[in-house]
Ligand binder design. Structure first.
Ligand SMILES: O=C(NNC1=NCCC1)c1ccc(Br)cc1
Length: 331
């Protein structure tokens, strides 16, 4: 099998996250989910989610599906890197993305979601595409959609073609050569503890010299920004007039009319350029002259994160062969 599905930015003003239509159950219930390579739980707003915590999201009702089965005695609870979280119980049901159907996918129904999920009314849940070792279901961990679908796929891969303020695509089971230019550069992945962890070969700011130094981090479609070591981040914002690391805004901000340099990162011998437009992420509040940077420091996280701001500058192959690798191509 092969399949494709849209990755649509949830906000027309800035790419805070991307959602993809999925179908669950019989008859099919369609929800818009955030495909997240930085986690490995598939959870949805559901008929079990308190009405006070649901604000316009589509919900999955297992009782309305003739193919749903309660996974008796199983629960889940997850906390994301941005402090958001959710918890609940577990069903298995038919689940499809882009025509790729998995008959007994573990679908985690939310009994509680944190406030940031309630307020994000365009996200009906998440599809974890990290490694199944990260799955939080207890007492038996469950497999991700990708692990369940892999044996059916023509090739054990999925690709991300995320775009700046535009609809992109996730493809499953094949590599669409029309989506990239030049060659795909593959690098090793460390699957411990369960993220798509790889090592970039270095960075450059604007037209400045390229610094060849290993930067190990995770490819995370569920995180909006890029989080790198402080030394790299200060080198970047030194080139931005009026930039400052704001305690009140929680990161580097600058005047929205500042001229930003591009940010270059290396994958093996290949170079990828994040254009200035991606590096100016958003006004700190609607209409403010102060903008929040797409590149922030990872010093508070303990791991570097190549989030959407970097991923949308490339065509990325998540290769699930043994051993897994990750491929990057320009587009
Ligand atoms: O939570 C993480 N990625 N996904 C999502 N963020 C927000 C909702 C979904 C995440 C994963 C690893 C590290 Br290190 C930091 C953050």
């Amino acid at each position: 099998d092969t399949g494709s599905a849209a990755a649509t930015p949830i906000d027309p003003r800035f790419d805070i996250a991307y959602v993809t239509p999925v179908t669950i159950g019989t008859p099919p219930q369609t929800l818009q989910l955030d495909l997240d390579t930085g986690s490995s739980d598939l959870w949805v707003f559901s008929s079990h989610t308190p009405a006070s915590q649901v604000r316009g999201q589509q919900i999955y009702s297992p009782d309305k599906s003739t193919t749903s089965k309660l996974l008796d005695g199983h629960t889940w609870s997850i906390r994301y890197g941005d402090g958001s979280g959710s918890r609940g119980n577990v069903y298995t049901d038919n689940f499809a993305i882009g025509g790729i159907m998995v008959e007994t996918q573990a679908v985690e129904t939310a009994e509680e979601v944190s406030s940031s999920f309630t307020t994000e009314d365009n996200i009906d849940g998440l599809v974890g595409l990290g490694f199944s070792t990260l799955n939080t279901v207890s007492p038996e961990g469950q497999l991700t959609f990708f692990d369940n679908a892999k044996p059916k796929l023509d090739a054990p891969v999925f690709t991300a073609d995320l775009k700046y303020m535009k609809e992109g695509t996730y493809d499953f089971g094949f590599i669409d050569e029309s989506k990239y230019t030049g060659e795909i550069t593959y690098v090793p992945v460390d699957t411990d503890p369960g993220y798509w962890t790889f090592t970039s070969s270095g960075y450059g700011v604007g037209s400045g010299t390229f610094s060849s130094s290993p930067i190990t981090g995770i490819a995370d479609t569920g995180t909006s920004l890029v989080y790198l070591p402080t030394a790299i981040v200060t080198a970047y914002y030194r080139q931005v007039e009026g930039a400052t690391n704001s305690r009140s805004y929680g990161g580097y901000v600058f005047p929205c009319n500042s001229t930003l340099p591009p940010f270059v990162f290396g994958i093996g011998e290949a170079k990828f350029t994040i254009p200035p437009s991606y590096m100016s992420y958003a006004a700190v509040t609607d209409g403010s002259p102060t903008c929040f940077g797409g590149l922030q420091s990872s010093s508070g996280i303990g791991i570097n994160i190549w989030g959407d701001v970097a991923l949308k500058a490339a065509f990325v192959v998540f290769n699930g062969e043994e051993p897994p690798t990750i491929g990057w191509a320009n587009k």
